[in-house]
Write a protein that binds this ligand. Structure first.
Ligand code: PLP
Length: 380
């Protein structure tokens, strides 16, 4: 029986050629030809300013450093997310305020967010889960009204567009992941999208170990000095060369993933119509990136049973995020499981199905058939 893997990293074919070019140029450390090319490509495609980072985690950490002003600041974020969304802001000294999710799509519930805004709220950090789109227009309005920042954790949402505008460019700052589990990648990499130009100069300094080295290179100042509490946030040229080869193949990548997504959708829509499981719809005028296909079962038991059944057939499907508020760190911060009952309940019902560019259409059909069999024959 062959194994159907959950993820297989995408390979475009030109990665080694571009890496060889870096060997010829002999500038390995970063912010060279390929970093510039990647930033140019992403900036033009998403219509914003971009700094390439070594991960989405780094882009989130840069965002936190950019917004940090005093010790009282809070951010509101979902608990249903990856640890980096929270850790970046906690490390910078923000108080974390977790908000509920909407169980239909596992993304921030705006009414709960609204209730949790205080005079100390600095920003809302929203996560676009699985390449779906959070209710970003309403969040943007809310943030404008309350005069707080909006940061988009678009780790999984690179190259998604709502009404022609890229996810990650609605807030002042957007964070993207190019980890190998994402549609396109460099092993590890990411990007910070700087949508409010007032942050650009400081972001450059923070990016480059807190120094004004770029101004020295441009001849604007004689000596470089320490001007911000920064970090070493950019990738090497080897990673950037790899990434550039992937960026060039973005449209092919999209078509291949769309084919996989459509077969999942067609195969499972009947179960959704009969109320046996759920999966979200894209909003109108949305161009997705087809990052993932996840389903939400009616109970934790059903979700576990289907996952186990698939595993017995060598099909690797995985759970979603484990809530942060009830994690060991969350509890140390004073949160309790029952603070966010919907997040607690629904996170246990999410199953992410295998999704990558090498999945054969027959494999996807087979997975849908297995899910149907399991639910019908009550493998639960
Ligand atoms: C929502 C979210 N934010 C941040 C990250 C971290 O991304 P990276 O691995 O590029 O640091 C992930 C990882 O998948 C994620 O899902």
């Amino acid at each position: 029986m062959k194994t159907i893997k959950f993820n297989e990293p995408f390979i475009s074919g030109n990665e080694i050629q571009y890496i060889r070019d870096v060997f010829d140029i002999k500038q390995f450390s970063g912010n060279g030809k390929y970093t510039q090319r990647c930033q140019g490509f992403i900036g033009a495609r998403l219509n914003t300013d971009v700094l390439l980072t070594d991960s989405c985690t780094s882009a989130l950490e840069m965002s936190a450093l950019l917004l940090k002003e005093d010790i009282y600041q809070e951010i509101i974020l979902p608990s249903y997310t990856f640890s980096s969304t929270a850790a970046a802001f906690a490390r910078a000294g923000f108080r974390l305020v977790f908000a509920e999710i909407n169980p239909d799509d596992m993304m921030l519930d705006i009414d709960d967010v609204n209730k949790k805004i205080t005079a100390n709220t600095c920003a809302i950090v929203v996560v676009h889960y699985g390449g779906y789109c959070a209710d970003i227009r309403r969040l943007q309005e809310l943030c404008d009204k309350k005069q707080i920042y909006l940061v988009e954790d678009g780790a999984q949402a690179f190259d998604c567009f709502l009404e022609g505008k890229a996810l990650g460019t609605f807030g002042q700052l957007g964070c993207i992941s190019f980890h190998e589990t994402k549609n396109i990648h460099a092993g590890l990499s990411g990007a910070l999208l700087i949508n409010d130009h007032k942050f650009f100069e400081r972001a450059m300094h923070i990016w480059e170990r807190g120094t004004n080295r770029q101004e020295v290179l441009k001849g604007l100042v004689d000596k470089y000095s320490w001007v911000e509490i920064g970090g070493s946030f950019y990738p090497s040229e080897l990673q950037a060369a790899f990434l550039y080869a992937q960026l060039e193949a973005l449209d092919r990548n999209y078509q291949e993933r769309k084919a996989v997504f459509d077969v999942y959708r067609d195969g499972l829509i009947e179960l959704r119509e009969h109320g046996q499981l759920g999966f979200p719809e894209f909003p109108s005028d949305f161009k997705p990136n087809y990052h993932a296909f996840f389903i939400i079962f009616n109970s934790e038991q059903e979700c576990d049973a289907v996952r186990e059944f698939l595993k017995e057939q060598q099909v690797m499907a995985y759970i979603g995020y484990v809530p942060l508020h009830s994690s060991r760190v969350g509890k140390k911060m004073g949160y309790h499981e029952n603070d966010l009952p919907l997040t607690e309940e629904y996170s246990k019902r999410v199953l992410r199905l295998p999704f990558h560019n090498n999945l054969a259409i027959q494999d996807v059909e087979y997975i849908c058939k297995l899910i149907k069999t399991c639910l019908k024959e009550k493998c639960i």
